[in-house]
Each structure stands twice: as structure tokens, then as C-alpha cells.
Design a protein around this ligand. Structure first.
Ligand code: TYD
Length: 226
């Protein structure tokens, strides 16, 4: 039986797209409007998942291959969902999550070459029905994102390693756009080249109407399969 409660919004995008700044700004706006907001992130977001985050981001799991990494991301996600996200949604909160399932599809799938069937099987187990109501994809050309992330002069020509990185980022960007095209009811692509204020306004125009529906007693499509 499907049960509806809370509003689950995830944020996705490559490096330098400004996800964390935008999440903070949206959380502030929604709190000012009186909503109960929980900000969280992946990998991590719960004590168990933060322990796995350390293993993943330190590179300790890298030498064991992309399958191992994907399974660890999924294990961390399951703990995060069960310990933090599902209870918050059940209490009617708006959950803003920095990265979620689409990061696995893009990083382990599109650029890690992991088989899509395995990724989807892992996701099913990891989220157990807690599907985002709305996913904001901050879209930025890879060269701009990489330079922003490093605080470099956007006009400088990339060296060989940067060109390789740019190719990888461009692949990820395309993968995100494909996910968005395949699931337009959930995914909203926001052009991240604008000013912080412009991007914040674009995001608010997507999320605020959904928050209002929630307040009016018509919660989002968060499905909790029980
Ligand atoms: P983080 O330091 O949180 O940075 P960012 O600002 O890019 O979100 O790093 C998270 C890294 O983990 C990022 O490179 C993307 C990667 N990642 C995956 O590869 N798969 C996943 O499922 C998730 C959630 C993250």
C-alpha cells in the first residue's frame, strides 16, 4: 500500500555546480515560511553511513573495484534512508538531500561502467520505496564547473589532465540530462550558470509550490511501501 507523507527533494550535479550553497539557501527560505526542514547529504547523513563515507571518499575501497564501491554506496544509502530520511518524511518534514540515487547511476553507472541492472537492483534494496518526489539537477558545462570548483580563472586553457577530467564531467552531465529526460515528472534541470540569486529563485519556483501542497494536506508522491 502506498502511503504519502512529507516532501523529499534531492539535489544532483557535477563539481562546482553550487549544490550546497543552493540547499542552504532553499532550507533558509522554507524555514522562514514555517516548514520543518531537514538538510542531509550522501554519502553519509546517518552515523552508519558517515562511517562508510569515510571509507569511500578516502579512496580505501577504490582498489577493490566499482562493484564494491557501488555496494558500499548502497549500504550507506540504506542506513541513511532507514535511520534519517524515512522517519523525517513520516513526520511530515521537507527533506533536502545533497546527492542520492542518481549519483550512483551517473558516477558508478555512466562513468564507472557498472551494469545498469546491478545499479537498479542495488537502488531498490537501498531505498526500499523511498523515491524522491522532486530532483533538482544543477546543470553546468564541465569546464566551468571544474574551474569554479577549483577557484581558477575561467579563461585559462585546460592542461592534459584537466581535459581528461572535463571529458569525464561532460559524460556525467550528459548522463544526468538523460535521467532527467527519462523521468520529467521527478527531475528538473536548472541552469547553474546564472548568479546564486537567479539559481535560488529557479529552485524555489519548483519546490515552493510542492511545499504549499504539503501544507495544504496534499503531500508529495513519497512512496513508502509497507
Ligand atoms: P562530496 O565531497 O560530498 O562532494 P560533492 O560536493 O561533489 O557532492 O563527495 C561526494 C562524492 O561521492 C562525489 O564525487 C560523488 C560521489 N558519489 C558517488 O560516486 N556515488 C554516489 O552514489 C554518491 C551519493 C556520491
Amino acid at each position: 500500500m502506498a502511503e504519502h507523507s512529507g516532501l523529499f527533494v534531492t539535489f544532483e550535479g557535477g563539481e562546482g555546480a553550487g549544490k550546497s550553497t543552493q540547499i542552504r539557501s532553499l532550507a533558509d527560505l522554507l524555514r522562514r515560511r514555517g516548514y520543518d526542514v531537514l538538510v542531509t547529504r550522501e554519502p553519509g547523513g546517518s552515523p552508519g553511513a558517515e562511517a562508510v563515507r569515510h571509507v569511500l571518499l578516502s579512496g580505501a575501497a577504490e582498489s577493490y573495484g566499482v562493484r564494491m564501491e557501488a555496494i558500499l554506496f548502497a549500504a550507506a544509502r540504506n542506513d541513511h534512508v532507514e535511520e534519517v530520511i524515512r522517519p523525517a518524511l513520516a513526520s511530515g518534514a521537507i527533506v533536502l538531500c545533497d546527492r542520492f540515487i542518481d549519483s550512483s547511476r551517473v558516477y558508478q553507472g555512466a562513468t564507472g561502467n557498472l551494469e545498469p541492472d546491478l545499479i537498479e537492483a542495488l537502488q531498490r534494496v537501498a531505498i526500499d520505496g523511498v523515491v524522491p518526489d522532486c530532483t533538482i539537477i544543477l546543470d553546468l558545462p564541465a569546464d566551468i564547473g571544474l574551474k569554479r570548483a577549483r577557484g581558477r580563472d575561467a579563461g585559462a586553457a585546460p592542461d592534459r589532465f584537466e581535459r581528461e577530467e572535463i571529458e569525464t564531467h561532460e559524460k556525467r552531465r550528459e548522463a544526468y540530462l538523460e535521467i532527467a529526460a527519462a523521468d520529467p515528472a521527478r527531475c528538473h534541470v536548472v541552469d547553474a550558470r546564472g548568479s546564486e540569486a537567479e539559481i535560488a529563485a529557479a529552485i524555489a519556483s519548483i519546490v515552493e509550490p510542492r511545499a504549499k501542497q504539503l501544507a495544504a494536506g496534499q503531500p508529495g508522491a513519497t512512496e513508502t511501501v509497507g
